[in-house]
Design a protein around this ligand. Structure first.
Ligand code: BDR
Ligand code: CA
Length: 339
């Protein structure tokens, strides 16, 4: 079993990643840590508590992180994820409250309690982990593995022409993390899932319909591109309804970007990489983050051939088979909801 600290900015695709992990017998979520990103951190925390509760896991510790990135003011993206961060989904308020400790302190405490046992999965900006490294620079040596959804190594980015959202929100934090993990041995190098690959993980209305088929709810076609903007699902299984309502917003956003009625679901792919349940290829590299560029601040740069003469600090995921990922994802999430 992979025991995980997940660090999220929930977020539609973060929510799908959490659901996928909850549904996975290979995974045990030890804590869900919240970072400011897609929406402000208090909203991320409220979303994460509510979402885990509708997923049947209100027992998981949820801790909140910093309100702001290390250096720059926070930017959020309600255009992408909806005013509350979960698209059109209307989640009930959570009955549990957040952990009394901060997300950064939770990273430190948990890796001290379980040295060498935990895998970190970060699907939001790296602020919390960077703050944890300030408290305890030895943290990388106590983590079994770190998996990051972030960065892009081929243009274009999704935030600036050359930068990806999770890095662009807090570039200083990303740099702190990449620098800190250069000390770990090759078999513990952070695995980086960049936009270049996660944008091939295109979720279509058909995938949502297939989840409904596994659960056994009637296909009603509500997630059709032809129904009016904002049309809500009428499925009587709450999770099926929430998935559909969240993804409708995300697909409308992608359509407005000229990409078609589909959604790039970056974060559940990174979750599957963390569990080793999806095929992928990767390449070792030394990754650094541009902090100063007039046009390129927040850009991840990979040295793939040792030109910098620095130890590789990442395995960059280079390719996968998206259809296999979705067959697995649909079956796993659908059967968890059904059972
Ligand atoms: C990343 O940005 C966020 O909006 C998504 O949740 C994902 O983690 C993709 O660039
Ligand atoms: Ca995210």
């Amino acid at each position: 079993r992979t025991r995980l600290i997940v660090d999220v900015d929930t977020g539609i695709d973060d929510a799908l990643a959490l659901l996928y992990l909850v549904a996975s017998p290979e995974a045990e979520i030890v804590a869900a840590l919240c970072t400011a990103g897609n929406v402000p951190v208090d909203q991320v925390t409220a979303n994460t508590l509510s979402w885990l509760e509708v997923c049947g896991r209100s027992d998981i510790e949820v801790a909140a992180g910093s309100q702001v990135p290390l250096v720059t003011p926070l930017m959020t993206t309600e255009d992408t994820h909806g005013p509350q961060g979960i698209g059109y989904a209307e989640l009930p308020a959570a009955s549990q409250s957040r952990s009394p400790r901060s997300a950064a302190q939770a990273w430190v405490d948990l890796t001290r309690e379980h040295p060498g046992e935990l895998t970190g999965l970060v699907t939001g900006p790296l602020t919390n982990l960077a703050l944890a490294l300030r408290i305890d620079p030895e943290l990388p040596s106590r983590l079994r593995r770190l998996v990051i959804m972030g960065g892009c190594f081929h243009h274009p980015g999704n935030t600036t022409p050359t930068s990806e959202w999770n890095v662009a929100v807090d570039p200083e934090a990303a740099k702190v993390v990449f620098d800190a993990f250069s000390i770990v041995p090759p078999d513990r190098r952070p695995i980086v899932c960049p936009l270049d690959v996660t944008e091939s993980i295109e979720m279509h209305p058909e995938h949502v319909a297939r989840i409904g088929d596994v659960v056994g709810v009637p296909r009603s076609g509500e997630l059709s591109p032809d129904s009016p903007r904002g049309t809500r699902s009428t499925a009587d299984v709450p999770l099926v309804r929430h998935i559909s309502d969240a993804l409708r917003f995300y697909m409308e956003f992608h359509r407005d970007q000229g990409l078609g009625f589909l959604a790039h679901v970056h974060d559940p792919f990174a979750a599957a990489v963390a569990l080793g349940t999806v095929p992928y290829t990767s390449r070792p590299a030394t990754v650094d983050v541009e902090l100063d560029g007039r046009l390129t601040r927040g850009t991840t740069v990979a040295d793939l051939s040792g030109m910098w003469q620095r130890t590789p600090n990442a395995d960059i995921v280079a390719g996968t088979r998206p259809a296999e990922f979705f067959d697995h994802f649909v079956e796993r999430v659908g059967s968890y909801i059904r059972d």
